[in-house]
Design a protein around this ligand. Structure first.
Ligand SMILES: NC(=O)c1ccc[n+]([C@@H]2O[C@H](COP(=O)([O-])OP(=O)(O)OC[C@H]3O[C@@H](n4cnc5c(N)ncnc54)[C@H](O)[C@@H]3O)[C@@H](O)[C@H]2O)c1
Length: 321
């Protein structure tokens, strides 16, 4: 890298709003970057965030944090895209489509003008469509364009299961796939605790998992963002923790399995669609998307989810390869 920087020392964050700034804070606390640059449509806001983050450095971790410009992406190993409008109470993620696509048509070329080496992590909603748009506009290999996808829905699902079964979320293995949105698919058939399928776990360990409880957990996983936004106007802590987890898997070359969104070729009659499936993430980005032994109804729901995203991509009228 230029400037003597190691590849993943610098993380650039485009959009220094609630999500972007919280990502910066979480990266700092986890000591995952020695340089964090905030790039925003409001440079003054980015400056304020950088100042605030810098002031706390004595208690957090040493790093260089500043409000910068697109040229600072040149030395970044990772660029997080968190710019754009967020949902208002009652709005779905798809309601944001046109506004945020227009914004990405402006942002993505400016990033790739300075780097074609960085891994791009897309967070802005609707994240699957924007991951596709980013892949398309950037011309980067699909492995380098990662959407945060259902990473967040997966942790919500695991959290709710952890409460139901009185174990901590890391001890529950389960995931949500498909769209980060209303058509997401909760995969019950592969969910387990200590390798024990949930129905068996409940039966053998004095817990309950009846159809009503399952429906409640799936609904609450799906509607979590609406509920948070209704109460506090936005969600940003859990997503920032999720983005930092993706950054960690990349920078530490972990081969971690995460439910991130990426370009899937030739799926349900579509050339190309971005959606989340458990995927292996390391310093190359997404190196493998796992094939899953889904139950029949889960496979059908995944295909429906793919069509929902595909229709949204199609409505943009851009060609995809
Ligand atoms: N993927 C997920 O799981 C997830 C979770 C939460 C939020 N989000 C999404 O993240 C996005 C950001 O949410 P937020 O709450 O931080 O919003 P916010 O309004 O607080 O911040 C958005 C920021 O983007 C900046 N911005 C706007 N246009 C820009 C441009 N052209 N170039 C650079 N910066 C620009 C704004 O100045 C603002 O600082 C939203 O789309 C939201 O829906 C995604």
């Amino acid at each position: 890298m230029k400037n003597g920087l190691q590849r993943f020392e610098r993380v650039a964050i485009v959009g220094a709003g609630r999500v972007g700034a919280t990502c910066a804070y979480a990266l700092l606390l986890k000591r995952l970057a020695s340089e964090i640059v905030l790039i925003c449509a409001s440079p003054e806001h980015a400056e304020g965030e950088a100042m605030d983050l810098n002031h706390g450095m004595l208690f957090t971790n040493p790093a260089k944090i500043w409000a910068g410009d697109y040229q600072d992406c040149a030395q970044a190993g990772i660029v997080v895209l968190a710019a754009g409008v967020a949902q208002q109470p009652g709005e779905s993620r798809m309601d944001l489509l046109k506004r945020n696509v227009a914004l990405f048509q402006e942002i993505v070329p400016r990033i790739v003008q300075y780097t074609r080496d960085a891994i791009l992590i897309v967070v802005t909603n609707p994240v699957d469509v924007l991951t596709h748009v980013t892949w398309e506009i950037s011309g980067l290999p699909a492995s380098q364009v990662i959407g945060s996808g259902t990473v967040l829905d997966t942790v919500r699902f695991r959290y709710l299961l952890s409460q139901q079964f009185h174990v901590e979320p890391r001890s529950v293995h389960a995931f949500v796939i498909g769209e980060h949105g209303d058509s997401q698919v909760v995969v019950w058939s592969l969910a387990n605790i200590a390798g024990i399928r949930l129905d068996d776990y409940a039966r053998l360990n004095g817990e309950t998992l009846n159809p009503e409880t399952k429906a409640w957990i799936a609904d609450n996983t799906r509607s979590a963002a609406y509920e948070v936004i209704r109460r506090k106007g936005a969600t940003f802590y859990a997503i920032a923790a999720g983005v930092v987890r993706i950054v960690e898997a990349i920078t530490h070359n972990e081969n971690s399995v995460l439910t991130v969104s990426s370009r899937i070729k030739s799926f349900v009659g579509m050339n190309s669609v971005c959606l989340s499936l458990p995927s292996v993430v390391n310093r190359q980005g997404i190196v493998r998307v796992l094939n899953l032994p889904l139950a029949e109804e889960e496979q059908a729901a995944l295909e429906n989810s793919a069509r929902t995203i595909g229709e949204a991509i199609g409505s943009l009228g851009v060609h995809h390869g």
